[in-house]
Design a protein around this ligand. Structure first.
Ligand SMILES: [Zn+2]
Ligand SMILES: [Zn+2]
Length: 391
């Protein structure tokens, strides 16, 4: 029986797990109930569980045969601080927290695959089921890496998937190379000399200096980044002063930078630092830049991207697979894992047409119809990569 059919037999079970997780959302590094649930299910399937990798993260290990080959499959477990607008039965029971990015579905799809693989054992090698905490900007992937994820659970290759509203159920898309943008946050602190608002000659006005800096930063994308590359530098915060008649001694700017290569990210950071420090110096003020790369560029390795696309095509037909997806400016911290081990990330359709609500929206819900497709793709990756015949 092909995996899709076998896994379709679990569809009702998977739907109830998914809705249970949806109703009990947990923020990054607080996923205790979720990781308890995942651990209990994995153990019940006969998968060996190690807890506490990256605080609330966990890894399931399933070894069959003697082959030294291994594969890692990763799902994320955290929710977002959003007040859910949905009124259906499985809506969030914890006000202000919500599974608005579909990580409830990702976790469920990986659990479905674990159940199938532990039952059928039709492969030769080791599968690591990686359940990651805190994907939404809190660094869950790095926390797992810091806890020795790939030293303790070596993987030849790793794969992950994210749902995509607007893409029909049963469709998949990705691309080799850069798929999702790298993202950085920055803060600039300008220190001048405060004075009476009526005596500017006694001041070094940080408001004026910070304004010049904000304007000069706009030239990085227009004058320094090659026109054929893509980058964003947005100043989204500007704070200074309290009173009408006081020139403050400090001004603070903050914002975000996005791009598709490490070189461009380094260029943006280097140009920012130069502009921030030199503009301030020109006015007799001091300025400091704190530039933090939170998400590296998500780079799919070519062979693995080809492999996951081929597996998807076997499952749903070539006509339902887009091999040259347009890259997205959104970021994803699976990118950090892909820096350590070759692999690829893929998008799975969450449904199109009416009701295809975007992620991070209070009306979003993971589409349970996608569950068997995602689980089946995870299974196919394992059975093809750890094929008994080629072992
Ligand atoms: Zn998200
Ligand atoms: Zn997400």
């Amino acid at each position: 029986m092909p995996p899709l059919d076998a896994i379709t037999a679990y569809h009702n079970d998977m739907t109830s797990w998914r809705r249970d997780i949806h109703a009990h959302p947990e923020l990054g590094f607080e996923e205790t109930r979720t990781s308890d649930l995942v651990a209990a299910k994995l153990e019940q399937f006969g998968v060996e569980v190690t807890r506490g990798i990256g605080k609330t993260g966990l890894v399931g290990r399933l070894r069959v045969g003697n082959s030294p080959r291994s594969i890692g499959l990763r799902a994320d477990m955290d929710c977002l601080p959003i007040l859910e607008a949905n009124t259906f039965g499985h809506r969030s029971t914890d006000k202000g927290k919500m599974h608005a990015c579909g990580h409830d579905g990702h976790t469920t799809m990986l659990l479905g695959a674990a159940r199938y693989l532990a039952q059928t054992k039709d492969f030769d090698g080791t599968v690591h089921f990686i359940f990651q905490p805190a994907e939404e900007g809190l660094g869950g992937a790095s926390a797992m890496l810091d806890d020795g994820l790939f030293e303790r659970f070596p993987c030849d290759v790793i794969f992950g998937m994210h749902n995509r509203p607007g893409l029909a159920i049963g469709k998949f898309q990705t691309r080799p190379g850069a798929m999702m943008a790298g993202g950085a946050y920055f803060d600039v602190t300008v220190t001048g000399v405060g004075a009476h608002g009526a005596r500017p000659e006694s001041s070094v006005d940080p408001v004026v200096v910070a304004s010049q800096i904000a304007t000069a930063l706009q030239t990085i994308v227009s004058r320094n980044v090659r026109p054929v590359e893509t980058a964003v530098v947005s100043v989204t915060r500007f704070h200074a002063g309290q009173a009408y008649n006081v020139i403050p001694d400090k001004a603070e700017l903050g914002g975000t930078a996005r791009c598709f290569s490490d070189q461009v990210m380094s260029l943006v950071e280097e140009r920012m630092r130069r502009i921030v420090e030199s503009v301030a110096e020109g006015f007799g003020a001091k300025a400091e830049l704190d530039f933090r790369v939170l998400f590296p560029v998500l780079m799919n390795h070519s062979d693995e991207a080809q492999f996951i696309l081929d597996c998807a095509a076997e499952l749903v037909g070539e006509e339902n697979v887009n091999r040259s997806m347009v890259p997205t400016m959104a970021s994803e911290d699976f990118a950090s894992m892909l820096r350590a081990v070759p692999g690829a990330y893929i998008q799975i359709g969450n449904g199109d047409g009416e009701g295809a609500c975007e992620v991070h929206n209070p009306g979003y819900d993971f589409n349970d119809a996608a569950l068997p497709y995602g689980s089946s793709l995870f299974v196919k990756l394992v059975e093809k990569r750890l094929d008994r015949l080629t072992g």
